[in-house]
Design a protein around this ligand. Structure first.
Ligand code: BGC
Length: 781
C-alpha cells in the first residue's frame, strides 16, 4: 500500500482505490471525527467507528432507526443502545489501551464499497510486541447482524490473553438512560442475550452475542466464563499463546426490536437467538461476502458517478457521500433519514427539510424506489402535520420542522445554547415559525413525480400531500387590507439568523407555488380521475378550500426584485446594516460570528447563515433570468457566513450555473470537506447527511448539468477544467440514462425506453438502446 496513499482530507486516500479512506495516525484529538467518518450502517443499524477497547473521550453510539424514546420533559431522541462493539483485552494482565505503551504500524481504514472497517497495529508494552488486527462490518444482507473479528499474535511465548466480549448496556445519550433492563441469559453455554425496553415508548429489544475463539484457525472447545453486571452480560476467555500462534475471536451479534416490520408479533427472544445460531454457522469471510454482494447489487450497480481527474479527492468525496447516505437510510416508510443519519447523537435522530431538498435528489435519480419510501414517510406524517396545524389554528397539513415518528408532529426542542450577552438559554423558534418545510416537501414530491412519472404514488399519496399542504398555506395567509394582498408574517426562512421576519421571499414564493400546484391537481383529478377526486373531496373538503385558493392565490405578495434587481430576502433585510463578513467566511470555524455578536445583533445586520434567496433561485432556476441570478449572487453571497452545512453545495451549483467556474470549484471543494475536511469539531457529533446529498447535487446537478425545465429533463453540463471526464447514470421515468461528458462532447445513452431531453434550449430524442452525441463547447467565464 505504501506509496500510493496520500494524506487528503482528514483521512488518507489511495490513488488506485477511490473507495478507501484511512489513517496511519492514532490522533487523540481526532477520535470523535474519525468515529463519525468511519461510521458503519445499513439503514437499520448504525454504529460509529469507535475502537473495540474503550478510549478516553470516545463517543460510543449505536442506534436502530426509528426507535425513538423521550426522557421526561424532553423531546424524543434515538436511544444510544447497548454496545456490541466493545472488547476488553488484557495481555499478561495489562489492559489494552492505546494511551499506554507505544503503538507502531497503526492503520485504520474503511472500505466504502462494503463498509468493512479494519484496524491493525503493534502494541509495545513491557518490552513485548503484540500485533492486533480488528475487522468488522454491519451486514447489508441481514440488517440485524453485526460481525466483528480480532486476531492477535506476538513475539512472546506463553503470552496470556484475557478477552471480555459481550453486551454492555451501560450506554447513554449524554447521561440520559433510555433503556430498562430486561432478562439476561446464557443459552447453550455459548449464546448470551440481553432483553431490554425503552422507558417511555416501550419498544422492546433483543441483543444477542456469540463468540467463537480459535487458535491457528482451529475452533477452541472452550466454554467462556460468563459474568453479568447492571445491563451487562459478557463472555470471558483466558488462554495462553505461543510466538508461532495466532489467536482469533469472532463475535457474532444481532439486534431485533418489537417495531421491526417483519417480526412485530414474534417472540423476539427466540427469533433473534435462532437467527444468530443460523448466522454463526458461517464464518466471518462468508458473511462479509454476502454483505458485499448486497452492497453491489442493491446499491452500486444501480448508480454510478465517475470522475476522471488527476485529483482523486472529488471521486472519494462522492463515494463517501453515497456510502454515508445509504448507510443511514432506513428501508421502512415509517422512518426517515436524520440530519445526522445514524452517525451520532446530534439533532437527536430527527428529520428536517435536509431530506427533501438536499438528500432526496440523489435517491430520486439513483434509486427511485428508496425516494418513494422516504416520501411515503411524509404521507404517513400527514397525521402529525394535521396535529401541528390544528394546534396553531390552521387547516390542512403543517409539517413539523423536526420529525421523529410520523404521527408525532413537531419534535423540535424548545431551547438551545446560551446567548453570550444575556446568558439565558436561547429559544429555538424553528419548531414554531420555520414553516417553509411544508413547501419543501411539496417541491420534493413534484421532483419525484417529474423524474419517475409514478402515477400510483401520485394517486395514492403524492396528490394528497400537495393538496393538504396547500390547504395549510391558504389558511396561513394574512390579509393586508391597505395593500389588498396576502402576506406571511412572523416566520424564519432558510436563513435562520433572521427570526420573526415578514414575507421571507423563499417562504412566500414556495407557498404560492404549492397552492398553484394544488389548483392544477384539483382540476386534473376532477376531470380525469373522478374516483380519487370524490374520495379526497370527502376526506379534505376540497371544493370549499379550492374556492379559497382561487380567491387568494393571485393576491399573495411576492417580494419582487427592487430597482437594482435584488430580491429582498424579507421585508426588513435590505434596510439593515451591512458589515464586512470576509473574516467569518474564510475562517474554518462554524458559527464563529457568535463569538462577536449575539443573535439579536446578527438579526440587526445583513448577515445570512445559508443560501436563502439564492436557494430559491437555484431550485426554481427556470423561473428567473440569468441577470437576476447574477445580481442576487453578487448581493447575497458576500453576506453569507455559510454556517450551515447546507449552504456550500447550493452555492457551488449556483456559481456553476452562472459559469463562475473558479468560485464554483472553490465552493465544491469546501462542500466536499464539510465532513471529510481536517476541522476537528465539525462532524464529531455525527456527519451532515444533507452535505452528503449536497456533494451529489453539486456533482451531478451542478457540473453534470442535470435539471428539470418545464417538467422535461435538461442536460447543460459545465465540466470543471481539471476534470477530464464525468460520467453518471440516472433513472428518468422508467428508463436508465447514462451521461458521459468531456471537454468536447456529451454522450447521452438510454435503455429501457426512449428519451427526450433538452440541452442548450434544443430538444433531442434518443431511442431505446442508442446514444446521441452532442458537440459540447466549453464556455469560459
Ligand atoms: C440549518 C438548518 C438545517 C439544520 C439541520 C441548521 O443549522 O440551519 O437549515 O435543517 O441545521 O441540518
Amino acid at each position: 500500500m505504501i506509496g500510493r496513499r496520500e494524506m487528503k482530507f482528514c483521512v488518507d486516500t489511495d490513488k488506485r482505490n477511490s473507495w478507501y479512506i484511512g489513517t496511519d495516525n492514532f490522533d487523540t484529538m481526532m477520535i470523535n471525527k474519525i468515529e463519525s467518518v468511519m461510521f458503519q450502517g445499513n439503514g437499520y443499524l448504525g454504529i460509529r467507528g469507535v475502537s473495540e477497547e474503550r478510549q478516553l473521550g470516545e463517543r460510543r453510539d449505536m442506534f436502530v432507526a426509528g426507535t425513538f424514546d423521550a426522557f421526561p420533559g424532553e423531546v424524543t431522541e434515538l436511544p444510544n443502545l447497548p454496545d456490541l462493539v466493545n472488547m476488553e483485552i488484557k495481555i499478561d494482565k495489562e489492559s489494552l489501551s492505546l494511551n499506554d505503551g507505544s503503538i507502531e504500524d497503526y492503520h485504520k481504514y474503511l472500505n466504502l464499497k462494503n463498509g468493512e472497517l479494519t484496524r491493525t497495529f503493534d502494541w509495545i508494552i513491557n518490552d513485548k510486541r503484540i500485533n492486533f488486527r480488528f475487522s468488522r462490518f454491519v451486514s447489508m444482507r441481514d440488517k440485524h447482524l453485526f460481525v466483528s473479528k480480532v486476531e492477535i499474535s506476538s513475539d512472546q511465548n506463553n503470552l496470556n490473553i484475557q478477552i471480555r466480549s459481550g453486551i454492555d448496556g451501560q450506554q447513554s445519550n449524554s447521561e440520559t438512560q433510555h433503556m430498562i433492563e430486561g432478562n439476561k441469559r446464557l443459552y447453550d453455554g455459548q449464546y448470551i442475550q440481553l432483553m431490554s425496553e425503552t422507558q417511555q415508548s416501550h419498544i422492546k429489544f433483543a441483543f444477542n452475542v456469540k463468540n467463537d475463539a480459535y487458535i491457528d484457525g482451529i475452533l477452541l472447545n472452550m466454554k467462556p466464563y460468563i459474568n453479568m453486571g447492571r445491563r451487562q452480560i459478557f463472555c470471558n476467555y483466558d488462554l495462553n499463546l505461543n510466538t508461532d500462534q495466532k489467536f482469533t475471536l469472532i463475535k457474532y451479534a444481532n439486534v431485533y426490536t418489537s417495531i421491526d416490520r417483519n417480526n412485530a408479533n414474534s417472540d423476539l427472544s427466540t427469533l433473534s437467538l435462532e437467527r444468530l445460531k443460523y448466522n454463526s454457522l458461517s464464518n466471518y469471510d462468508e458473511l462479509l461476502q454476502k454483505s458485499t454482494k448486497s452492497w453491489l447489487k442493491n446499491v452500486w450497480q444501480k448508480d454510478y458517478v465517475k470522475i476522471d481527474s488527476d485529483d482523486i479527492k472529488p471521486q472519494v468525496a462522492i463515494n463517501f457521500a453515497r456510502y454515508q447516505l445509504v448507510a443511514s437510510t432506513p428501508d421502512d416508510n415509517r422512518m426517515n433519514i436524520g440530519a445526522k443519519g445514524l452517525t451520532g447523537e446530534g439533532y437527536k435522530g430527527h428529520t428536517f427539510w435536509d431530506t427533501e431538498i438536499f438528500m432526496l435528489p440523489y435517491y430520486i435519480y439513483a434509486n427511485p424506489a428508496v425516494a418513494q419510501k422516504l416520501l411515503a414517510y411524509r404521507y404517513l406524517g400527514l397525521t402529525g402535520a394535521h396535529k401541528k396545524a390544528q394546534k396553531n389554528n390552521y387547516q390542512g397539513a403543517q409539517f413539523p420542522w423536526e420529525a421523529a415518528w410520523p404521527e408525532d408532529g413537531e419534535t423540535a426542542p424548545l431551547y438551545g445554547s446560551a446567548d453570550i450577552i444575556t446568558g439565558e438559554a436561547m429559544k429555538i423558534w424553528s419548531g414554531f415559525i420555520e414553516q417553509h418545510i411544508t413547501s419543501d416537501i411539496v417541491i420534493s414530491v413534484m421532483e419525484y413525480l417529474n423524474a419517475t412519472n409514478d402515477q400510483e404514488f401520485a394517486k395514492n399519496m403524492g396528490y394528497e400531500i400537495i393538496l393538504d399542504a396547500a390547504k395549510f398555506w391558504v389558511s396561513r395567509l394574512e390579509y393586508d387590507e391597505d395593500r389588498d394582498r396576502y402576506e406571511i408574517t412572523n416566520v424564519i426562512g432558510p436563513d435562520e439568523y433572521k427570526e420573526h421576519v415578514n414575507n421571507n421571499a423563499f417562504t412566500n414564493y414556495t407557498a404560492k407555488w404549492c397552492i398553484q400546484k394544488a389548483i392544477k391537481i384539483f382540476n386534473t383529478l376532477k376531470e380525469n380521475y373522478p374516483d380519487i377526486y370524490v374520495h379526497l373531496n370527502e376526506k379534505m373538503n376540497l371544493k370549499e378550500t379550492y374556492n379559497e385558493w382561487i380567491d387568494k392565490v393571485n393576491k399573495i405578495y411576492l417580494p419582487r426584485p427592487n430597482v437594482d434587481g435584488v430580491i429582498p430576502q424579507d421585508d426588513q433585510y435590505l434596510s439593515k446594516r451591512i458589515i464586512d463578513l470576509s473574516r467569518y467566511q474564510t475562517n474554518n470555524q462554524v458559527s464563529d460570528i457568535f463569538k462577536s455578536y449575539n443573535l439579536t445583533q446578527i438579526d440587526g445586520m445583513q448577515i445570512t447563515k445559508q443560501a436563502d434567496v439564492l436557494l430559491l433561485l437555484n431550485l426554481f432556476g427556470d423561473r428567473f433570468d440569468e441577470k437576476i441570478k447574477r445580481i442576487n449572487w453578487n448581493y447575497y453571497e458576500p453576506k453569507t457566513t455559510h454556517d450551515s452545512s447546507l449552504s456550500l453545495s447550493t452555492h457551488a451549483m449556483m456559481a456553476s450555473d452562472l459559469r463562475l467556474n473558479k468560485e464554483a470549484y472553490e465552493f465544491y471543494e469546501k462542500a466536499c470537506e464539510i465532513d471529510l475536511g481536517t476541522h476537528i469539531g465539525k462532524a464529531s457529533q455525527g456527519l451532515h447527511l444533507a452535505a452528503c446529498g449536497g456533494i451529489w447535487n453539486a456533482t451531478v446537478k451542478g457540473f453534470g448539468g442535470l435539471k428539470v425545465v418545464n417538467n422535461k429533463l435538461s442536460l447543460d453540463p459545465n465540466l470543471p477544467a481539471n476534470w477530464q471526464q464525468l460520467q453518471y447514470q440516472i433513472h428518468w421515468h422508467n428508463s436508465l440514462v447514462k451521461v458521459s461528458i468531456d471537454h468536447s462532447k456529451m454522450i447521452v445513452g438510454v435503455t429501457d425506453g426512449d428519451l427526450e431531453f433538452i440541452s442548450h434550449g434544443q430538444t433531442y430524442r434518443v431511442i431505446d438502446g442508442k446514444t446521441v452525441e452532442l458537440d459540447y463547447v466549453v464556455e469560459k467565464s
